[in-house]
Design a binder for this molecule. Structure first.
Ligand SMILES: *[C@@H]1O[C@H](CO)[C@@H](O)[C@H](O)[C@H]1NC(C)=O
Ligand SMILES: *[C@@H]1O[C@H](CO)[C@@H](O)[C@H](O)[C@H]1NC(C)=O
Length: 357
């Protein structure tokens, strides 16, 4: 009898949720992703990093460009105080060290007195996407060798954090893995801002952003079936508003936030969380499918916070609801289940009642 009831319940559940399977996701498999990609000596020699440090001048920051090799590590050592906390930032496809997004994300770190080292991905990643995706591994390996050299020069791994957006998240993870191979040490933290999905979805775990790469690994998911990756890849994975599309309205108008908008929003949330450190609260979910729909509010809520104060003793998948307008965070209000979960923001522009127009 119990079994019958259970079967009946399961049938109604599956009808109610209309199982249409999982999205394959944008560019799930790309040819050649598991083949070797080698950089010529000329290309290698063209790679650089931009090192930034706080200063007393009128813009509050100074910078220098150094090569991504042994000589470049000496150059960085000459300008940075390597006993200070250092964040390595790697931006995504078609970005550059001088882009406003990259500079803005670096700002809170400089303001906190940190060193910032930006891997210059311009123009090396300005190629057609699947080629750029294949370049992430050799770039990550060179960056890992470079970081190992900085550690030989005094940069302690506990003071080393990597932050990568989109393709840059995979580069950061490869770099951290290479660093570990060379030094037997792991960086303290690795954060991925919507790690890139296209060309990476079906790769084995070791071949993409993964939680073995650093002591604390987290990922902020904002466009999982488009430019991002659906799988939970860190010790802590935040699925913001379900992780697929981000809400956006202006006054009474809906401004749909499609793939690129949702993808880039991960950097926006990250930036804000570096100022509002206790505000992006997430509740733990049993699975990614539950996180997608915000169905995580049953029983005792386990909570974590996105940003510099994430508690890495609380591993897992977290659903983080936000508002549809800047500065997005909900604080404690995000700990209450909303009527329309990930689509709750639509209530603001469309009433839930009978209508005559
Ligand atoms: C890539 O290159 C390495 C070293 O040259 C070699 O051992 C490995 O088999 C190659 N992998 C593939 C998939 O060709
Ligand atoms: C982090 O989480 C652990 C386990 O839930 C808890 O014991 C600890 O107090 C938390 N740390 C902070 C700083 O909240």
């Amino acid at each position: 009898m119990k079994a019958l009831v259970l079967i009946f319940c399961m049938c109604t559940l599956s009808i109610a949720s209309r199982d249409t399977g999982f999205p394959a996701g944008l560019m799930a498999d790309c040819p050649g992703m598991t083949k070797n990609t080698t950089l010529s000596d000329k290309t290698k020699d063209s790679l650089t990093v931009v090192a930034l440090w706080p200063s007393n001048n009128w813009i509050g920051v100074e910078e220098v460009t150094c090569k991504l090799n042994r000589e470049g590590a000496a150059c960085v050592d000459k300008h940075l105080d390597l006993t200070k906390k250092t964040v390595i930032f790697i931006s995504g496809y078609l970005d550059a060290s001088f882009s406003p997004v990259v500079r803005t994300v670096a700002t809170p770190y400089i303001e906190r007195g940190r060193n910032v080292i930006i891997l210059e991905i311009y123009p090396i990643l300005h190629r057609t996407y699947p080629i750029a995706a294949r370049l992430t591994k050799p770039l990550g390996n060179f960056l890992g060798e470079f970081l190992a050299e900085l550690t030989r020069r005094g940069l302690h791994p506990d003071k080393l954090e990597l932050l990568g957006g989109s393709l840059g998240a995979h580069i950061a993870s490869y770099a951290a893995t290479k660093y570990h191979e060379l030094t037997h040490l792991k960086p303290s933290r690795l954060t991925g801002l919507d790690p890139a999905g296209p060309c990476f979805r079906t790769l084995p775990r070791s071949e993409r952003f993964n939680s073995d790469a650093a002591h604390k690994v987290d990922a902020v998911h904002t466009n999982i079936d488009g430019f991002g990756l659906a799988e939970a890849v860190g010790h802590v994975d935040f699925y913001i508003n379900g992780g697929e599309f981000q809400p956006s309205t202006m006054q009474d108008y809906l401004l749909p936030c499609f793939q690129l908008c949702s993808h880039v929003r991960s950097a926006v949330y990250w930036l804000i969380s570096n100022y509002a450190k206790d505000k992006f609260l997430g509740v733990k979910c049993d699975s990614v499918p539950h996180a997608r729909h915000g169905q995580c509010y049953h029983g005792h809520l386990e909570i974590n916070v996105l940003g510099p104060k994430t508690n890495f003793s609380r591993h897992g998948i977290y659903y983080v609801p936000t508002l549809d307008i800047f500065p997005y965070y909900m604080g404690e209000k995000g700990l209450k289940k909303r009527q329309y979960d990930v689509n709750n923001y639509l209530l603001k522009v469309a009433p839930d009642e009978d209508m005559v127009i």
